[in-house]
Design a protein around this ligand. Sequence first.
Ligand SMILES: *Cc1c(COP(=O)(O)O)cnc(C)c1O
Length: 493
Amino acid sequence: MDTFREAVTTEETLDPQDWTDMGALSHRIVDDAISYLKDVRERPAWREMPAEVRSFFSAPMPRSPAPVADVYGDVARNVMAYPMGNIHPRFWAWYMGSSNFTGALGDFLAAIQGSNLGGGNHAAGLMDSQVVNWLKEMVGLPATASGTLVSGGSMANIIGLTVARNVKAGVDVRERGVGAIPKPLRYYASDQVHSCHRKGMEALGLGNRALRRIPTDDGLRIDIAALKAAIAEDREAGFKPACVIGTAGTVNTGAVDDLQALATVAAAEDLWFHVDGCIGALIAIAPENRPLVAGIEQADSIALDPHKWLHAPFEAGCALVRDASAHRSTFAVTPEYLESAPRGLASGEWLHDYGLQTSRGFRALKIWMALKEHGVEKFGRLIDQNIAQAHYLTALIKAEPAFELTAPTTINIVSFRYKPKGASEELIKALNTEIMLRLQEQGSAALSDTTVHGQHCLRVAIANHRTRREDLDLLVRETLRLGREIEAAATPM
Ligand SMILES: *Cc1c(COP(=O)(O)O)cnc(C)c1O
């Protein structure tokens, strides 16, 4: 009996020994977090880490405990002080949202509840399905469609491409594998398609070459006539045209494929119609620009990204599929240890039947809370606001002779370059790369670069609810100043 009592008193837990102390520290963390966001504009968009901070990340594995206040101190000093910067009003690199405080609270509460959303009969699972239903409604899919929250757009696209493969394979590809597919499948997308589709084709065992890149027109949209020709050619050659991927907002320039035309081709040719809407699907909720993505509601599957234009803290992507049973039958498996019960905890829907993950985090809460707080209409207006800002920036660039616009601005991505008269492509690239790096290093703005139709350029992607027009004025001023400065230093006297 005594040894039993002994054992009980030495049992350990991760809960704090003193909840009062933990409460005080937590309040401090929340206060710090609020100042951090409130003052984000005053800090640089990005800054290089000093060597001693960098070396902090090679510290050995901790074997013994440390006071949690010290642990937080390390995080504040070494982590919070050196962010990627995408919450900053002048961060426009690559493509990502800028997060929001309510969403961060959602992530905190989700972690406090700690629920696993693989399935089960509990509130978080219902909220996950509710958010998926709201997203379906936003893009105009019927209530009978299915969907799943995933880590991001890449996973959401892979889900769509997988359902397409299984529906179009002509054999039970789950049981027999891709080797049993009688006619090799072909997928089609524009030459601007996001790189995640290549990874997807490879992971699906179809191979990169099974994704035909179709040339684009002057607006960098898929050339519909070239698509039809490619489909005919492939049929002739014994392939099975299976799926067309339309992009609603390409990552390079924001081009939006003609989704209506793609839906028509897909219907006529019996193809699965997948829309990569990671950037632009949510334009469907933006009152001014909604017509740009007309036709999206005809898709068989859609990938979209709440961590982009809904500004959910990372990670949050969503795959939607019109035919819920095709979706479920692509992924559902019921091992004996995951059978559902008539009542009780295991009587809910098994959300892991709609994707590759078994355990799933409570991603829905951060999206749900911000949507409830602001309402969908405000998110739609913010999308319109970013698009208007991109057109404003485009006008500034067009008005300045030292700049060249390298692609038409359709939505919120502007690509342009500093181009001195008579400069070679090589010099232009060197100059613009240096401009981009100095903007980052001085912390004034974060841009990225790309190549559009063979021309290297700077790229400004405004998916940011903190950006103001004055930030774009500053960008234009600084880019011009740096361009002249670098050019002068590079030109021999
Ligand atoms: C961002 C993006 C992706 C990938 O989404 P992640 O959320 O980064 O995984 C796919 N396609 C397009 C067009 C994108 O912009």
